[in-house]
Design a protein around this ligand. Structure first.
Ligand code: NAP
Length: 460
């Protein structure tokens, strides 16, 4: 090995260590920012190391790519709002996976059958996973952005058709391993994988998309690892494997927090009319409460728990929640935030928003920590949350969300629900919490209601 090669391998080793430390940092909200910076540094090391490679003939195209990519990345980071983060991530996965698929195609085009069985296997995986992740992620992006209908698109025999498509794609792959020169089969496999990506995501509802995306992320990671094997590139193998497995673990954790199986997410068409059956129907009338009443309740409470959900994210109400909490705390009220693992539309959604509003991490409580506290809480304020506080998950075995762990706000002495109207949550089912005697509904956009509450509490 000459000196440059040593330097490249060393930079890859450092990059891999930084990626691992970065992942470790991201496992806790307090160290997440540091973890992100370590991972960024790792990526810089990997890019710089790669640029030293002796096989690079000309730097012009690379520089052009770097400039275009960095401009797009920076623009997305600055302008994409926090609520659109899931679709932004989907787009990034699509780009990454497409790059992996293109590398695979280029390698096959350049070397064809001459590349040997091992490399061909790696390329086959890379192209298959890369292609299906590209179209799957693009469709996920379109659903989340509302460019196509977010509801599951289903038809009879869908699962059988999808399985047949997958079998045909894998069939091409196996054929190719036996007859490596068969370029038409290679390109058929590529085409089928593109179609399979679309078919895989079609029956999945927009709200299940975060689970699917983290699964697609895992596929993109494995495609990158396969690219690493194809190109004999260590950092790609390590980073791809880390990406692949962390994405997979995250998907499992999300499913667990919803008490759903991966098969149910992938094939259950959750959110379609058929799955919305089984929830509780209308259960009496909802009691509307006035702003002044709520302000007095809050101002004279000993303990208040804020329960944020998807509605807080859409209303961008996190800053005003913090303002209200500050005012209450100055009056001697103990304020806590209850964080459900799948509140919102992506893992850690509430943590990110509340951190953005500088809510101290010590005020955030996880489900297991906060549930025992509700019974000794004067007011639980539900801010645009619905499914994660639905007592049916605990009380009604027939409910589509039966068994999903919930924040037991109904055990509080008083519950105030901030929502715009009678809109359902992501599961599309009725919520008996809204009909309970302890519950008062404060209708309106969460940000507007909270702004008015801030003023009313100051005068209470
Ligand atoms: P949710 O069940 O989707 O309910 C959100 C509620 O917010 C709605 O009932 C809506 O009612 C209200 N809302 C919307 N915009 C509002 C606004 N501007 N102001 C006030 N209220 C507003 O939310 P959640 O309780 O956070 O539950 C999350 C759901 O997503 C769970 O079912 C979870 O399984 C699912 N999910 C989450 C993830 C994740 O990673 N976080 C992943 C996959 C699935 P109105 O229309 O009446 O206002």
């Amino acid at each position: 090995m000459n000196a440059t090669k040593y330097i490249i391998e060393f930079s890859y080793l450092v990059a891999s260590i930084l990626f691992i430390l970065g992942l470790k940092g991201m496992s806790h909200p307090e160290s997440a920012k540091r973890g992100m910076h370590l991972a960024e540094l790792g990526m810089l090391m990997a890019v710089v190391g790669t640029l030293l490679h002796h096989e690079i003939i000309s730097y012009e195209w690379i520089i052009a790519g770097l400039l275009i990519g960095s401009t797009i990345g920076a623009a997305m980071a600055v302008w994409v709002p926090m609520t659109a983060m899931p679709q932004r991530t989907a787009l990034s996965h699509a780009f990454g996976a497409f790059a992996a698929a293109l590398v695979g195609v280029a390698e096959y085009y350049r070397q064809g059958a001459g590349m040997g069985q091992f490399k061909l296997t790696a390329i086959g995986f890379e192209v298959m996973l890369g292609a299906l992740t590209t179209t799957g992620s693009l469709l996920a992006f379109a659903k989340l952005q509302g460019l196509v209908r977010g509801t599951p698109l289903t038809y009879r025999g869908q699962n059988v058709f999808n399985m047949a498509l997958l079998a045909a794609t894998i069939g091409c792959f196996v054929y190719l391993l036996i007859f490596p020169t068969s370029a038409p089969v290679f390109y058929t496999m590529l085409g089928l994988a593109f179609v399979f990506g679309l078919m895989l995501v079609m029956p999945i509802g927009a709200a299940d998309m975060p689970v699917v995306m983290s699964l697609l992320n895992s596929y993109a990671g494995l495609a990158a690892a396969a690219t690493g094997f194809a190109l004999s590139n260590n950092v790609l193998i390590i980073a791809g494997t880390l990406d692949g497995f962390s994405g997979f673990i995250l998907s499992i954790l999300m499913c667990r927090a919803m008490n759903r199986s991966m098969t149910n997410v992938l094939f259950g068409a959750f959110g379609s009319a058929a799955t919305a059956q089984g929830g509780a129907g209308e259960q009496g009338t909802m009691r509307e409460v006035g702003l002044e009443d709520v302000a007095v309740q809050l101002a004279y409470a000993n303990q208040v728990i804020f329960v944020p959900g998807y509605g807080m994210a859409t209303a961008q109400a996190q800053h005003i929640v913090r303002e209200l909490a500050d005012i209450l705390e100055k009056r001697g009220v103990s304020v806590k935030y209850a964080i459900h693992p799948v509140a919102g539309r992506m893992p850690g959604h509430m943590n990110v928003l509340l951190a953005e509003a500088n809510v101290p991490y010590s005020s955030l409580y996880e489900l297991e920590q906060i549930n025992p506290e509700f019974s000794s809480t004067d007011v639980a304020v539900v801010i645009g949350a619905n499914d994660v506080v639905n007592p049916d998950a605990r009380d009604n075995p027939q409910s589509p969300i039966a068994g999903m762990p919930i924040l037991e706000v109904d055990r509080a002495r008083s519950v105030v629900v901030l929502k715009r109207g009678k809109g359902k949550g992501f599961a599309g089912i009725e919520n008996p919490l809204f009909f309970k005697p302890v519950t008062g509904m404060l209708y309106g956009d969460a940000k507007e209601s909270l702004t008015k509450l801030v003023q009313a509490v100051q005068h209470a």
